[in-house]
Write a protein that binds this ligand. Structure first.
Ligand SMILES: Nc1nc2c(ncn2[C@@H]2O[C@H](COP(=O)(O)OP(=O)(O)OP(=O)(O)O)[C@@H](O)[C@H]2O)c(=O)[nH]1
Ligand SMILES: [Mg+2]
Ligand SMILES: [Zn+2]
Ligand SMILES: [Zn+2]
Length: 412
């Protein structure tokens, strides 16, 4: 997949950046983005809904695919008049899959954050909790809103993530392989208002595209087509690692915690092999030479750190809570990075850190717990879901994307 030529920049010619569709991950030139008629509502006499075949093909169902028609219009203005009814519309759609492209996304093409990890690493649980945190506590702290870009995202988040885990407190089932049915990403727009002391408030947007990959699908080299495009399109990676799968970590784990259940001795599911396959996909797109580090920032997070013995955490940076007030505390960031690096080396998983250092220009290490406690017989622990440092990787990425300031409270 080629990246926008416009990045090269021809003097005097306005740059036309291609955007990546957050649904089908195809590159789209701005002038090819379609418009969708706003249709009929109240006294508005727009076009009647018709079956949108492209959209139905994408979702794998005709339900919800009857919509007012799409049409092409010249130029890259944000609005166009519908040729059917003559009414103006600002609704835009991908020319390939016909999913909605929010205007804030077209104007400041979003960053696609890919979430990956081996089977049972904690990806689905993390998605459920991270989104909830962003919609509530962390969103308030950052002065940020998180808005779903389409109705299917709202529905699926409720049905597959929030309701079972957060309301009914049941653990989420293993994510089914994409081979068994169509899978769709959850697409959100995160918009942050920044108020400079001397400047007017400014909104920055980031498309958060979370694709709940089945760990099983990252096992083999035959990753599905959509997966591959997703990984290739990623502007940042969050890589989740279950400490219980690291051979040396057992000694640091509370006695009550059962042994690893998923990977066992399947080398394809080892964290290093999973990240290596993702790295291969990224190299395809960036066309980098083998020795050259990839520019995509990678956040590597140990999940489930609630399973570690309290003694291991007591003295540590991981144990402290983040002193967050809408900024990234860089001292804290360094301390956590150091600590997780030390843990990885203690646990004979130093290879992982070394590999990431060789392959990526920028990687950072995190430790988090989505649940905040060890689950029991298929259910969340007695205290409910109490996430711990779950937002850290995202805060770091926002910082890397220039959407969050970094501070050193200790000076320096
Ligand atoms: N102690 C603890 N266990 C967790 C936590 N998050 C997830 N788990 C456990 O890990 C299991 C797997 O979590 P999932 O989120 O389903 O993992 P996944 O990466 O989506 O797995 P696949 O869908 O199979 O790829 C859960 O059923 C829990 O038992 C956590 O924060 N703490
Ligand atoms: Mg899952
Ligand atoms: Zn598309
Ligand atoms: Zn119309």
């Amino acid at each position: 997949m080629t990246r926008p030529l416009a990045r090269v920049g021809i003097p005097g010619v306005p740059s036309r950046r291609e955007i990546t569709c957050p649904y089908c991950f195809a590159p789209v030139a701005p002038q090819r983005i379609l418009f969708r008629c706003r249709g009929q509502a109240g006294r508005r006499q727009g076009c009647a809904p018709v079956l949108d075949r492209e959209l139905a093909e994408y979702t794998g169902s005709t339900a919800g695919a009857s919509l007012p028609p799409v049409f092409a219009a010249p130029g890259r203005r944000g609005r166009a008049d519908c040729p059917g009814c003559g009414l103006p519309t600002g609704n835009r759609a991908c020319p390939h899959c016909h999913n909605p492209l929010p205007s804030a996304y077209c104007d400041s093409p979003g960053r696609i954050v890919a979430l990956v990890g081996a089977k049972n690493a904690g990806k689905s649980t993390y998605i459920a909790v991270l989104l909830h945190e962003l919609m509530n506590r962390v969103g308030t702290e950052l002065d940020a809103s998180l808005v779903a870009c389409d109705d299917r995202t709202i529905e699926r988040y409720k049905r597959d993530f929030a309701r079972p885990l957060l309301e009914e407190r049941r653990l989420l089932p293993t994510t089914a392989s994409a081979a068994t049915g169509p899978r769709e990403p959850l697409v959100y727009l995160l918009t942050r208002t920044r108020r400079g002391r001397f400047s007017r408030p400014r909104n920055d947007s980031l498309a958060l595209v979370l694709f709940d990959t089945a760990g099983e699908d990252l096992r083999s080299r035959e990753v599905t087509d959509l997966h591959l495009r997703y990984l290739e399109a990623a502007d940042a990676i969050v890589f989740l690692v279950d400490p219980l799968e690291l051979p040396g970590a057992r000694a640091g784990v509370r006695d009550a915690v059962p042994g690893p259940r998923a990977a066992g001795d399947d080398p394809d599911s080892e964290p290093l092999n999973v990240i290596a396959r993702v790295t291969e996909a990224l190299r395809q797109r960036h066309g980098t030479r083998p020795g050259e580090p990839l520019p995509v920032p990678v956040a590597v997070a140990l999940t489930k750190i609630d399973v570690l013995r309290p003694a291991l955490l007591r003295q540590s940076a991981l144990h402290r809570s983040r002193s967050g007030r809408g900024v990234l505390d860089l001292d804290d960031r360094d301390a956590v990075d150091e600590q997780v690096r030390a843990l990885l080396h203690d646990w004979q998983a130093g290879q992982l850190d070394t590999y990431l250092g060789q392959q990526y220009a920028d990687h950072a290490l995190f430790g988090l717990s989505a649940l905040g406690g060890v689950p029991d017989r298929g259910r969340v622990g007695a205290g409910g879901v109490r996430p711990y440092r779950a937002e850290d990787p995202l805060l770091w990425l926002l910082y890397r994307f220039g959407m969050l300031d970094g501070v050193r409270p200790g000076g320096g």
